[in-house]
Structures are given as C-alpha cells and as structure tokens.
Design a protein around this ligand. Structure first.
Ligand code: NAP
Length: 279
C-alpha cells in the first residue's frame, strides 16, 4: 500500500501540488500517493476533510488557501516559521501527533538564491503586501541576510503592525519598516521588489514608483501561471532587468515538505522547467 499524502484547499482543482509531488515520488522511487481534497466552503470543512484523511491512513498534507490558519490551529506542535507566520502549509501525522510547518518563505528564499542566483545577504527588499504570504516571507528573507526590508501595503496599518510584531524576531542587522508605498523615503531603491499581494489575480498591481527599482533589480511576483503580470510589466518598464513569477517558490516549498515527510530532498530543476514550459 503506498503512503498517502494530499493537499487540502478550496477551490483545489487548479492545484499543481499533485503533479509536483507525483514527479518527486517518481524521481526518488518513493511508494506514495498524493491527491487533491476540496475542503469546501462550509465552516468546519477543513477539519472534517483532515479527520477523514487521517482516519484513512494519511501520513501528511499540504494546506493551501483558505485553510492555512486552521491548519496551524489543528496541530499540537509547530515550527518557528509556522508560529511566526501564524499559518501552516504542511502537516505531518505521527500516531496521535500532528506537527505543522510553513515552507512558503523558505521556498521563496531558495528560489531567489538558488534558482534565480540572487544571494539575499546585504540586499534591500521591498515587500509588497501584508497578508499571509508576506508574513511568511519576512523571517526567511531576514534570516538569509537581507539588510533592509520595507513592507508596503494598500492598508498601511496592516504593514505597520506586521513590522512591529515581527521586528523582535528578526536579526538586529535588518532594518525593517511597514507602511504605505507613499511612506517610502524619496530616492530609496531596492535590489529585490517582491509582489506578495494578490493584485495580479485580478489583473491589478500596486503602483510601485519606477525609482524604487535599483539598477539590475529583480522583480518577483508570487503568483504563478499568469504570464507577465501587470506588476512584472510595470517592473520591466521601470528598468528591472530580471523578472520572475512564483512557480519556483511553489516547487521549492513542495520539495521542503517532501523532504520533511520522506527524509530525502528531491531535485527541483526538472520539475520547475516542466512546470514553466506548461504555463
Ligand atoms: P492574503 O492573505 O489574502 O493577502 C492579500 C494581500 O494583497 C493583502 O496585503 C492585500 O492588501 C493585498 N491586495 C489585494 N488586492 C490588492 C490590490 N488590488 N492592490 C494592492 N494590494 C492588494 O493573500 P496571501 O496568502 O498573502 O497571498 C498573496 C499572493 O501570494 C497570492 O497571489 C497567492 O497566490 C501568492 N502565493 C504564492 C505562493 C507560491 O507558492 N508561489 C504561496 C503563497 C501565496 P490589503 O491588506 O490592503 O487588503
């Protein structure tokens, strides 16, 4: 009997996780099955789906929107990344124990540093958005050595409160601020501009001032499969020489979860290029 894993979300039909984990399992020779489960829109749907999957012998799950907060609440133990993000994107079942991790931020940092070749040490980062994705990215970016992180959000108060909450957990060398785009000091430039808003899903973009992109900056949109989003177009027009979407982040966080479950980290290069060639 193959070991069973799944991703739970709503909606879930679009999820690439079954494809990615299927390819990882094939490449590493792991005897496992990975399926997509719709937690539904009704209250309690996630809890019911999780309980049913565990009762059927499931070994672990990935969790995606809108259940990442509930996933953390369902776990008895959580990694620092999951606790500080206030959300989990992976659970592991070990008898009665349910452990939670959040690999989104680590996946992002790995994609930027390894796949895109931009070491984060000493970089100045403009992080757009203050939702779950931005929150999960903060600690891994700072841990990787970013020396300045400016969080800018449409609702400025959310960015300010996120900065206040997480500042004590960041290395002292990282200068952190939170507010609106309009609050950025005039003339400040960034090596990495990260779109962690969901604006691209509705063909919108935060209005980043062209002067915010340092020469040779990398513009990164966390959404994937949307082609050259309005944010990436804006970045190119402002002179960003490198642009990327979140496909690499997706594959890298999946590889982290796979390693946590199965004790071996799969190679991500082929899976990522296959995913990119399909979009
Ligand atoms: P979320 O918690 O709902 O937060 C959404 C954020 O986007 C908020 O800061 C919101 O600002 C901002 N926003 C929404 N529409 C906007 C607009 N038109 N203009 C400016 N800002 C806008 O969502 P999330 O979980 O953080 O996800 C954010 C994005 O990251 C999504 O597109 C998601 O697909 C992507 N993501 C990708 C991966 C990956 O593996 N590649 C993983 C996780 C997330 P307000 O606070 O003002 O409402």
């Amino acid at each position: 009997m193959p070991d069973r894993y799944a991703v739970i979300g709503h909606p879930i039909a679009h999820s690439k996780s079954p494809l990615i984990h299927g390819l990882f399992a094939q490449a590493t020779g792991q005897d496992m099955r990975y399926e997509a489960i719709d937690g539904g829109a009704e209250a309690g749907g996630f809890g019911r789906a999780l309980a049913a999957f565990r009762a059927a012998g499931g070994r672990g799950v990935n969790v995606t929107l809108p259940f990442k907060l509930e996933a953390l609440a369902a776990a008895g133990e959580a990694s620092d990344d999951a606790r500080l993000a206030g959300a989990a994107n992976a659970l592991r079942f070990d008898g009665d124990r349910v452990q939670a991790c959040n690999f989104d931020g680590i996946g992002l940092a790995r994609d930027i540093e390894v796949n895109l070749g931009l070491p984060l040490a000493g970089r100045r980062v403009l992080l757009l958005g203050a939702g779950g994705a931005a929150r999960g990215a903060l600690l891994p970016l700072a841990r990787a050595g970013a020396r300045r992180i400016a969080i800018a959000n449409r609702t400025a108060a959310k960015a300010a409160s996120l900065a206040r909450e997480l500042a004590p957990h960041l290395p002292g060398s990282c200068i952190l601020s939170g507010g609106a785009l309009a609050d950025l000091p005039a003339g400040e430039t960034f090596d990495l501009v990260l779109n962690a808003t969901s604006a691209s899903l509705s063909a919108g973009t935060p209005a980043v001032p062209p002067g915010a992109f340092a020469p040779g900056a990398l513009a990164y949109d966390m959404v994937y499969g949307q082609g050259l989003t309005p944010f990436l177009q804006l970045a190119q027009a402002a002179g960003a020489t490198r642009v990327a979407d979140g496909a690499g982040m997706l594959v890298e966080q999946a590889a982290e979860a796979f390693a946590w479950w199965r004790g071996m980290r799969p190679d991500t290069r082929q899976v990522l290029s296959m995913l990119q060639s399909r979009s």
